[in-house]
Ligand binder design. Structure first.
Ligand code: TXA
Ligand code: MG
Length: 343
């Protein structure tokens, strides 16, 4: 992957002009704009079709001054930043008063993350000499599967990219290493609620607990809103059903007998009919997450009646992946029964 310094400078200049730029991070691709320019941030919401009261994560260069953005940095945040930044951990903290509401969906908290991807870092360092923040949600239409390649971003936004479009440029930084979105930890209510895990990810609850000495809690009713925690999200257009490993063969046989078109995502070595479209992902959480969204996109392109997913183990190491699969399958509850009934 050759990326010229010129291309980074051009992208930073576009951001400074208030335009939207899609860029790679180690988790997924982001759709970025100047976090302190409300008109620029509005373009992100318009391009994504995302409700404007859903807050965005602000991405910072490694040398950035976090005190410009937040009003109070609890000790736990300092420890987590030292341990995991740059990397796939987003912290929700109390927002500093001068930060415009646009990027935070009007909330009094702000999500901050320092990505480890070298291209993301180069861009953040070039943008306003590293002193700015780039607000960026995942570069997909609202509710859809996040992109892990530049081509995925182009597939999502097509005509909206380029001089006449809302997205000025897509920077190609290769396939995102981690493959699922950052872990989100709310520390904004530390005194009353302690740490709250809003979205599981590659950095697990156990790793967080090891650094701060407290196991993060599950979200309570008053926890900050996060669209990534909506029941239905991260979803392909084809219905998705999650199935225990040992039910896979029988279900495939029944659906095939009912003349249904299947697309299958598996991770354990097993023999399934070779006429069924299938993708096999690695059986380790790391390898699986890396390939997950590209696989879901490819299977979605098969125009099948159903994407059947072999459920991964229900262990802590798979928590982030299981979370995304559950949300991808959410709108499809009952689909399996319906397909089998309708011969
Ligand atoms: O890995 C990632 O986090 C990627 C890359 C591009 O950095 N970004 C990403 O952004 O996944 P997005 O917008 O698709 O998901 C961010 C989630 C949303 O569910 C949003 O509601 C939540 O973070 N969030 C952001 N700021 C928040 C805040 N102040 N309070 C609560 N939730 C917040
Ligand atoms: Mg997203």
């Amino acid at each position: 992957m050759t990326l010229s310094a010129d291309e980074i400078r051009r992208a930073a200049a576009l951001l400074e002009l208030g335009r939207v730029v899609a860029f790679p991070t180690e988790t997924v691709y982001g759709l970025g704009a100047d976090a302190e320019n409300p008109a620029a941030v509005a373009q992100i919401y318009a391009a994504k079709g995302r409700p404007s009261n859903h807050p965005l994560i602000v991405h910072l260069a490694p040398e950035a001054d976090i005190n410009h953005w937040v009003r109070d940095v609890p000790d736990a945040a300092k420890k987590l930043i030292a341990a995991f930044w740059p990397g796939p951990l987003t912290l929700i903290l109390k927002k500093a008063p001068q930060v415009p509401d646009a990027a935070t969906g009007g909330q009094d908290t702000i999500g901050l993350r320092c990505p480890s991807h070298p291209v993301a870092q180069a861009l953040l360092r070039a943008f306003r000499q590293g002193r700015g923040g780039v607000a960026a949600p995942s570069a997909n239409r609202f509710g859809h599967v996040s992109p892990t390649t530049a081509q995925h971003v182009k597939d999502e936004f097509g005509d909206d990219i380029g001089d006449g479009g809302r997205i000025g440029m897509v920077i190609d930084g290769g396939q995102s290493q981690v493959g699922i979105e950052s872990t989100i930890l709310d520390l904004s209510r530390w005194e009353t609620h302690g740490p709250v895990l809003l979205r599981p990810g590659h950095i697990g609850a156990d790793a967080i607990a090891a650094v701060i000495g407290v196991e993060p809690h599950l979200p309570d009713a008053a926890a900050p809103r996060a669209s990534g925690t909506l029941d239905a999200h991260y979803a392909p257009r084809t219905p998705v059903a999650l199935l225990p490993s040992d039910e896979l063969e029988a279900t495939v046989a029944m659906l095939t007998a009912a003349h249904k078109r299947l697309a299958l995502l598996r991770h354990s070595p097993r023999t399934l009919p070779s006429n069924v479209v299938q993708i096999s992902l690695p059986s380790t959480p790391k390898g699986y997450a890396h390939g997950l969204y590209a696989a879901l996109r490819a299977l979605d392109g098969e125009r099948a009646d159903l994407i059947l997913v072999e459920a991964p183990p229900a262990t802590a190491a798979w928590q982030g992946i299981n979370d995304r699969l559950r949300r991808a399958a959410h709108d499809s509850a009952g689909i399996l029964i319906a397909l089998l009934a309708d011969k």
